[in-house]
Design a protein around this ligand. Sequence first.
Ligand code: SF4
Length: 424
Amino acid sequence: MEDKKKNSLWEKIAREENVPLETLQERIKKWTVVIPFNKKRKISHPCAIGEGMRVKVNVNLGSSWEADGIKEELQKLSVAIKYGADTVMDLSTGRRLKEIRKAILENSPVPVGTVPIYEVAVKVLQEKGNLSALTPRDILNTIEEQAKEGVDFFTIHCGLNKKTLEVFSRQKRLMDIVSRGGAILLNWMLTKNKENPMYEYFDEILNIAKDYNITLSLGDSLRPGSVLDATDPAQIEELIILGELTQRAHQKGVAVIIEGPGHMTLDQIEANVLAEKKLCQGAPFYVLGPLVTDIALGYDHIAGAIGAAYAAYYGADFLCYVTPAEHLGLPTVEDVKEGTIAFKIAAHAGDLARGKEKAYLRDKQISQARKKRKWDEQFKLSFDPEKARAYYFRNKPKAEDVCSMCSKLCSIKLVDKCLEFLIK
Ligand code: SF4
């Protein structure tokens, strides 16, 4: 990115994040803050992810073999943006994958990420009917093609190699491997008896990322898919490999973020964040959830948001949302809304606990409005004003200054009157 453009971007972000420009520059230089931004793209709402920044939320979009509508994916994009997604990822695996990616790239005001191995897998299945027919060249070509189209960040499943596989094979996991990219590469490694191409050709991938100013999100193929598998030697071994690859990326001038679990109990979250920061030189941590229990089917956005709030508090920088449809099916537009809001709440809770001034101000303002029963102001400051308004008007009492919860026994109103009397 040319210097003039870069400087004005950094100034804008420093203002939005309420941090001195020098602090932002210093953190970008030491790779603890990244700004995903392909040099081919125009992004009206770029964002910084990492040390001292507001916690960011990613929303996954994308089709599957079962549902392949461009219109619906664009509706999901617009809902995600409306409710505050900081980035989106197109995880399409259907027949119209290319068209959907193009539409998302054209319409997204925020950075767009993809998982290139998905396109490679779809293509090879369509053309050769066999996943193991993919070649390292297919992977590099797809990455290059998506880079040219303007994708801002890529998930690269480079931490699964022969060494991590050996550790994994000694585990007795309940859920083995749940990462889609991880499963595709595991299949290839075992059928070909070869090293993972994303690990073996990591330098070539770095060259492409460097050419287009793309951020690499180092994927965790061995992330636990059950709370009972969390923080096992396979997961940690992969994190060690990701730490080594982080160093190589930084030496080449490529920004990375590190992907993390997955599923884990609340008590393990702090240690996982600490381990990532230590092993990966403070690179931003991008967590999927984590889901703090495996039994919340239909409510996994809540199980995930609980874990995400804890992770954010302990230092995770980037939260990948989970929808109520997780583990059950492709999310609908409504599921995307529910998931986005749940994770915006988690990110905000993390910001509050980390002492972010802007987050405090919003809570202060809503409390002031609540004290005065100023309903419109409260709606405006909430995550979902339409829902808040609908609840209020569902059973609105005659008096304007109370709601139907306590009505004539409104404690705020009663205490106001008492205090007026005391002051007189
Ligand atoms: S009626 Fe109850 S819930 Fe409603 S504003 Fe008053 S104290 Fe709050």
